[in-house]
Design a protein around this ligand. Structure first.
Ligand SMILES: Nc1ncnc2c1ncn2[C@@H]1O[C@H](COP(=O)(O)OP(=O)(O)OP(=O)(O)O)[C@@H](O)[C@H]1O
Ligand SMILES: [Mg+2]
Length: 282
């Protein structure tokens, strides 16, 4: 399959974007996919969480605001099939610089173009910051699809309605007419509370099949893993949450392959006229 770009996004903070990015990337890599994890967040939590050192100038920044080759920023991790473009605090500057630039929404798309053409990665996963600023908008334009984590908490639906508005804008403006949600990941599910179940039911009612079948449980060891610079697969190989992320990655892969295997790769444009096309699962 060609390189598929998936952005992990939700402007709500602390919903599990970075945890999902790290663990889905690690699982996909272990499942044999060649994965490039791109850290687009100035907090750079995905970078340290996978055990990669941050370094000044080592991020997408120079490729976004200048002509630096994005491929020069790719770092191999100690895990087979998994490479990273690190984040750095300087990315904050991109929020200020980008709006002043020509074609400002397409800078990441342009930078990723040569990476896609090289066909050395199957999946590019982008960890977005918790905002809808220029960096996130660039990810929405560069991505084939969005993976939206939702925390099993009150106000869970607030985050996603904003994401949907932006998707509509990005499609309608022609900046990325085929952008869609590939899946909603329900995170930090706590089986002991009724609230978690209520939120899960509510989100499923609204979004039906778009929600991944796998729900990620709340797990202390999942939260500890990043401080050891390790994905859950390595830090807590037998953990329930680790297994959940592994299954979720499989679900994602299945959906990505369905897009690739669509007859003659013809995109049914009517599907994109609905606010949220449902990914049919065979
Ligand atoms: N399933 C889980 N169980 C327990 N803790 C979790 C789980 N998922 C995430 N966390 C913890 O919740 C916090 C927020 O998660 P994370 O950093 O992944 O969210 P985020 O959406 O990337 O946040 P931000 O918006 O700041 O980028 C972190 O401390 C993380 O370790
Ligand atoms: Mg994050």
């Amino acid at each position: 399959m060609g390189t598929q770009v998936v952005a992990v996004a939700n402007q709500k903070g602390g919903v599990g974007k970075t945890t999902t990015t790290i663990n889905v990337s690690a699982s996909l890599a272990r499942q044999g996919q060649r994965v490039l994890m791109v850290d687009l967040d100035p907090q750079a939590n995905a970078t340290s969480g996978i055990g990669v050192e941050k370094s000044d100038g080592g991020s997408v920044y120079e490729s976004l605001v200048g002509d630096a080759l994005l491929s020069d920023q790719i770092i191999r991790t100690s895990y087979e099939n998994l490479s990273v473009i690190p984040g750095e605090v300087n990315l904050c500057g991109a929020e200020i610089d980008l709006p002043r630039m020509e074609d400002s929404l397409h800078r990441l798309q342009r930078a990723l173009h040569s990476v896609k053409m090289a066909n050395v990665f199957d999946v590019v996963i982008i960890d977005c910051p918790p905002s809808l600023g220029s960096l996130t908008l660039n990810a929405f334009v560069a991505a084939d699809s969005l993976l939206v984590p939702i925390q099993c908490e009150y106000y869970a639906l607030e985050g996603i309605s904003m994401v949907r508005q932006i998707i509509d804008q990005v499609r309608d403006s022609g900046d990325n007419p085929t952008l869609h949600i590939i899946g909603i990941a329900m995170t930090m599910y706590d089986g002991r509370t009724r609230l978690s179940q209520q939120v899960l039911d509510e989100v499923r009612e609204h979004f039906s099949d778009i929600v991944f079948e796998t729900t990620i449980p709340r797990a202390t060891r999942l939260a500890e893993a990043p401080s050891h610079g390790k994905p859950a697969l390595v830090y807590d190989p037998d953990g329930l949450a680790t297994a959940a992320y592994d299954v979720l990655a499989g679900e994602l892969l299945q959906r990505l392959n369905q897009i690739e295997l669509a007859p003659d790769n013809v995109v049914d444009v009517t599907a994109f006229q609905n606010p949220l096309p449902v990914q049919n699962q065979a």
